[in-house]
Write a protein that binds this ligand. Structure first.
Ligand SMILES: *[C@@H]1O[C@H](CO)[C@@H](O)[C@H](O)[C@H]1NC(C)=O
Ligand SMILES: *[C@@H]1O[C@H](CO)[C@@H](O)[C@H](O)[C@H]1NC(C)=O
Ligand SMILES: *[C@@H]1O[C@H](CO)[C@@H](O)[C@H](O)[C@H]1NC(C)=O
Length: 386
C-alpha cells in the first residue's frame, strides 16, 4: 500500500517536474501548432491529393516510398519521416497534417494543432515568372504565393475572427521552407547554365522575404526559415552535372560549384532575414541552417552510421551514384537497398529518414533553437510564471 502510494506520488511529481523542465529547456509546450509552407522536403501529402484529383501518379507515391513509415506511402518523399515530422515530435505536437485532404473542411478543427501547405515540386516563384524564362514546372503550380493564399482562405474556418486568428498565428511555429530549391533544380537539371539560373536567386529570396513580412503582419511571432541543402552533394546532381571538368571537394566528393550556388542563396537569404529582424525585434526568426547540418553528415558519414557513404542513393538505378535518370525510385525497374539507414541519399534528390533525423537533431537540439521558446510570447505564460 505504502509503496504504491509513494510511487504514484513520485510519478505525479515526475510528470510535473518533466513538464516544468521541458517547458523551460525545450520548445516543448511553447507552440500550439506548426504551420508549414514549402516543397517536397516538408510535404506530408498535399501533392498526393492534388495528383489524385487530376488522376496523376508520380513514382514518389508508390512503394518503397514510406516503407519505414508504417509501410504507408503518405506522399512524403522519403522512406520515412521528414524534418518537419521530427520537429513536431520534438515540440510534442501531432505530425503536421496536409492541408489538402479527401474530407476537406472536416479537418479544420485538427488544423488547430498544425497545418501543412507544402507541396512536393513547388517553386517559390509563380509560373508567370518562371515560364517566360523557359522553366515549366512538371509537377505543380502551387508556388509559395498559392500556398499563402490557401492559408489566408482557410483561416476563418480554422480560428474564427481576426483577433482569434492573430492569436493562433502568434502561438504557432511557422516553418517557411525550405522553398526555392526547385526554382533552381528544374533549370539546372535540364541543362541551363548556372550563370543563367543565378539571376533567379534575388527573386526567390525576395519572394520568401515578402511572404515572411505578410505572415508577420498577420501576427506571426516565431518563424523558422531553412536555407537550401548542399545540392552539389546530391546523387542526382552528381550524376547529371558531374564531369572531368567539374571541381570536386576532396573531403566530400561533392560538386564545388553547385554547393557555392546553394551558399549564395543562403547568404542572401540570411542578409535579408537580418533586415526583417531589425525591423521586428519582437519576432523570433530562426535561420535553420540545412546546408551546414547536412555538410556535417557529408563530411563524417561514418560518425552517424552511414556506412554506405553519403553520396550513393539507396533507391534508384545503376550508376556510380545509384542514379539513372531513366529509372526513378518507385518504378518497378528501380532497385532498393536493404538498409536505408546506412545511406544519406534516399532517391538521389531526397534524403533518408535516418539523415533527416540527424539533421533535425543537429538543428533543433541546440540552445539557439531552444532559446526561441523562452522569448516567444506563447512561452511567457509558462516560463514567466516560474
Ligand atoms: C509493405 O507494402 C508492400 C507493398 O505495398 C508489401 O509488399 C509488403 O509486404 C509490406 N511490408 C510489410 C512489412 O507490411
Ligand atoms: C500550370 O499552369 C499552366 C498555365 O499557366 C498550365 O498550362 C499547366 O498545365 C499547369 N501545370 C500543372 C502541373 O498544373
Ligand atoms: C472573436 O471571437 C471571440 C469568440 O471566439 C469573441 O470573444 C471576440 O469578442 C471576437 N472578437 C471580435 C473582434 O469580434
Amino acid at each position: 500500500m505504502a509503496s504504491s502510494s509513494i510511487s504514484i506520488t513520485s510519478g505525479v511529481f515526475l510528470v510535473i517536474f518533466v513538464w516544468l523542465w521541458s517547458s523551460c529547456l525545450y520548445a516543448n509546450g511553447c507552440y500550439t501548432s506548426i504551420i508549414s509552407f514549402g516543397d517536397s522536403l516538408a510535404d506530408t501529402g498535399n501533392l498526393k491529393h492534388l495528383a489524385s484529383i487530376s488522376n496523376q501518379v508520380f513514382p514518389v507515391f508508390l512503394p518503397p516510398y514510406g516503407e519505414n513509415f508504417m509501410n504507408q506511402t503518405t506522399g512524403r518523399c522519403s522512406n520515412g519521416r521528414l524534418i518537419i515530422d521530427f520537429l513536431a515530435e520534438r515540440l510534442g505536437l501531432p505530425l503536421t497534417p496536409p492541408f489538402l485532404q479527401d474530407n476537406g473542411n472536416n479537418n479544420m478543427v485538427t488544423f488547430k494543432q498544425g497545418v501543412n501547405f507544402a507541396v512536393a515540386g513547388a517553386t517559390a516563384l509563380d509560373p508567370s515568372v518562371l515560364e517566360p524564362r523557359g522553366i515549366v514546372n512538371p509537377m505543380t503550380n502551387a508556388s509559395l504565393g498559392v500556398q499563402l493564399a490557401w492559408f489566408k482562405q482557410s483561416l476563418p474556418s480554422i480560428c474564427g475572427n481576426e483577433s482569434n486568428c492573430r492569436d493562433f498565428i502568434g502561438r504557432s511555429l511557422i516553418l517557411v521552407g525550405e522553398i526555392g530549391g526547385n526554382d533552381y533544380n528544374y533549370p539546372i537539371l535540364w541543362g541551363q547554365p548556372i550563370e543563367e539560373v543565378e539571376v533567379l536567386v534575388p527573386l526567390v529570396v525576395d519572394t520568401i522575404i515578402s511572404t515572411i513580412n505578410e505572415l508577420i503582419g498577420m501576427g506571426a511571432k516565431t518563424l523558422v526559415v531553412p536555407g537550401n541543402f548542399p545540392v552539389g552533394c546530391s546523387a542526382s546532381y552528381l550524376t547529371v552535372c558531374g564531369s572531368q571538368n567539374e571541381e570536386y571537394d576532396p573531403k566530400t566528393g561533392c560538386l564545388v560549384r553547385l554547393n557555392q550556388f546553394a551558399e549564395y542563396h543562403n547568404k542572401l537569404l540570411q542578409t535579408k532575414l537580418k533586415q526583417v529582424r531589425d525591423l521586428h525585434p519582437d519576432v523570433n526568426i530562426f535561420y535553420a541552417d540545412y546546408y551546414n547540418a547536412a555538410m556535417e553528415i557529408y563530411r563524417f558519414p561514418y560518425k552517424y552510421g552511414f556506412t554506405n557513404g553519403a553520396l550513393k542513393a539507396c533507391c534508384g538505378g545503376e550508376g556510380r551514384y545509384n542514379v539513372d535518370p531513366t529509372v526513378q525510385c518507385g518504378e518497378v525497374s528501380a532497385t532498393v537497398c536493404d538498409e536505408p539507414d546506412t545511406h544519406v541519399s534516399w532517391d538521389g534528390i531526397h534524403l533518408t529518414e535516418a539523415a533527416y533525423r540527424v539533421i533535425s537533431k543537429n538543428l533543433f537540439s541546440t540552445p539557439q533553437f531552444n532559446s526561441l521558446c523562452s522569448t516567444s510570447t506563447s512561452g511567457v505564460g509558462l516560463s514567466g510564471s516560474l
